[in-house]
Structures are given as C-alpha cells and as structure tokens.
Design a protein around this ligand. Structure first.
Ligand code: HEC
Ligand code: HEC
Length: 198
C-alpha cells in the first residue's frame, strides 16, 4: 500500500511539476480541503450553496488572493467564516492543492487505465491505429470519449477496444482525464519563452 502511494507521489511530482516542498503543501492542502467538500464538492467543481462558483477553474494565484481577501474580511458571505480560520500557510496549502488536484486524479487514472496502450506520456499510437492523444485539447478529448461511449466514434476495426474503455468511465473521470491529457499537451507545446521563469 505504502509503496503504491510512494510510486504515485513520484509520478505526481514529475508530471505536475511540483517540487518536494510543494508536494508537502499539496498533502497538507488535501487534508484541509476536507472541510470545503460539503459545499464545493470532492473535485471542487460543484456550486457552493447554489452559487455559480466553480473553484476548480481557478489557478493557484487566484485561489490564494480570493482566500486572503475573505480572511481579511474584504468580502462577506458564507466564505468569510470559513476563511477566518485560515492563516497564510493554510491558504498556500489549499491553493496549491485545489490548483493541482485535477492533474493528480487524472494522472492516476491515466496510468492505471490508458497508458498501457497510449504510452506513458500519451504520445504513442495505440495498436498503431489511434491518433496521438497528447495532441488533443480538453474539449476534444471529452467529445471523443463521449462519442466512443455512444458508439459513434470509430475510425477503424479497433474502435470496439476503445469503446469498452470509454464506457467504463464516469463523467467525472472523463473530465479528469481530459484535463490531464491537456496538461501534457500544454507542457509539450510550451516553448522556452513561455516557460515559467524563476
Ligand atoms: C458553508 C459552505 C462553504 C464552505 C464549507 C466553503 N465554502 Fe468556499 N464558497 C462558498 C460560497 C457560497 C462561495 C461563493 C462566494 C460567496 O458568496 O461568499 C464560496 C466561494 C469560494 C471561493 C471564491 C470563488 C470565486 O470565484 O470567487 C473560494 C476560492 C473558496 N470558496 C474556497 C473555499 C475553500 C478553500 C474552503 C475550505 C477551507 C471553502 N471554500 C469552504 C461556500 C463555502
Ligand atoms: C487496450 C488498449 C487501449 C486502452 C487501455 C485505451 N485505449 Fe484509447 N484507443 C485505443 C485504440 C486501439 C484506439 C483507436 C480506436 C479506433 O480505431 O477508433 C484508441 C483511441 C483513443 C482516442 C481517439 C484518438 C484519435 O485517434 O482520435 C482517445 C482520445 C483515447 N483512445 C483515449 C483513451 C483514454 C483516455 C484511455 C484510458 C481511459 C484509453 N484511451 C485507453 C486503445 C486503447
């Protein structure tokens, strides 16, 4: 069990690009996020108390500055009470967790269920038949996977193999995978110029 957890941790640090220190914060954030789940959902993409705020779409900086504003009482509402319990370390941990959680779930799913045929970095043609899926953006992957689920996407005799895999996925898993595959695409197309500068 522990070995598996460690193996996943290594994969995560590699692909999502978190340093070991950031990974510590990520784990702390994962713990803290448990109390956010009742309103924001396990994947941070539910409408809290019916309000249209999908926090899974925010980047780390946006999450951090919103939480700071709440904790300083600059904005009022349901979140003010939540955020008053947070100090800067907790805000950092939550921000890094929320901003990277999708890549983590997506990566775990991909390694378990897809990489055998599509390659570890999604850049192998499955059975020499499929396209290179790391070239697909989030929207396109979602479209294709739901087409397989409905049995209408087939460009070869191998389509049934892929259909079986797609049908086994929940909507949430489709979303997580599409986001993860998109993150590989972005990492690959990133030129030295838009690479983050430290
Ligand atoms: C009791 C329900 C509730 C809980 C628990 C809760 N939130 Fe919220 N959250 C909301 C609501 C409602 C909003 C919408 C903004 C508002 O009206 O205050 C919101 C907004 C936010 C926003 C800003 C979204 C935006 O786009 O402006 C962030 C970030 C956020 N929450 C993070 C968290 C984190 C992190 C936790 C856990 C520490 C948490 N929330 C716990 C209800 C909750
Ligand atoms: C057993 C091998 C196998 C596994 C496992 C598998 N695939 Fe496939 N996949 C294929 C094959 C073969 C094709 C080409 C099918 C066809 O002819 O339409 C394909 C096609 C695709 C395509 C369309 C690419 C294109 O050419 O447009 C996507 C997207 C895709 N797979 C995603 C996934 C995802 C995500 C997973 C993990 C849940 C997965 N696959 C698991 C074999 C596999």
């Amino acid at each position: 069990m522990k070995r598996l957890a460690n193996a996943i941790a290594c994969v995560l640090v590699g692909a999502v690009g978190l340093s070991a220190l950031d990974y510590e914060r990520f784990k702390t954030g994962e713990e803290l996020f448990k109390r956010c789940i009742p309103c924001h959902g396990r994947y941070a993409n539910e409408k809290p108390m019916g309000k249209d705020r999908d926090i899974s779409r925010l980047d780390e900086k946006e999450i951090s500055s919103k939480l700071s504003a709440y904790s300083l009482g600059r904005t009022t509402g349901a979140m003010e009470a939540q955020a008053s319990l947070l100090d800067q370390d907790k805000i950092d941990a939550l921000s890094i967790y929320i901003a990277n959680m999708h890549a983590k779930y997506g990566e775990e799913l991909f390694v378990l269920r897809c990489s055998g045929c599509h390659g570890k970095d999604a850049s192998k043609s499955a059975f020499g038949k499929s396209g290179i899926i790391s070239e697909l953006d989030e929207k396109r992957t979602m479209e294709i996977l739901s087409s397989y689920q409905n049995g209408v996407y087939a460009h070869g005799s191998t389509a049934n193999t892929m259909k079986g895999r797609a049908v086994a996925l929940s909507n949430q898993e489709v979303l997580e995978l599409a986001r993860y595959i998109d993150s590989i695409r972005k990492a690959k197309t990133q030129t030295p110029d838009d690479a983050p500068k430290n």
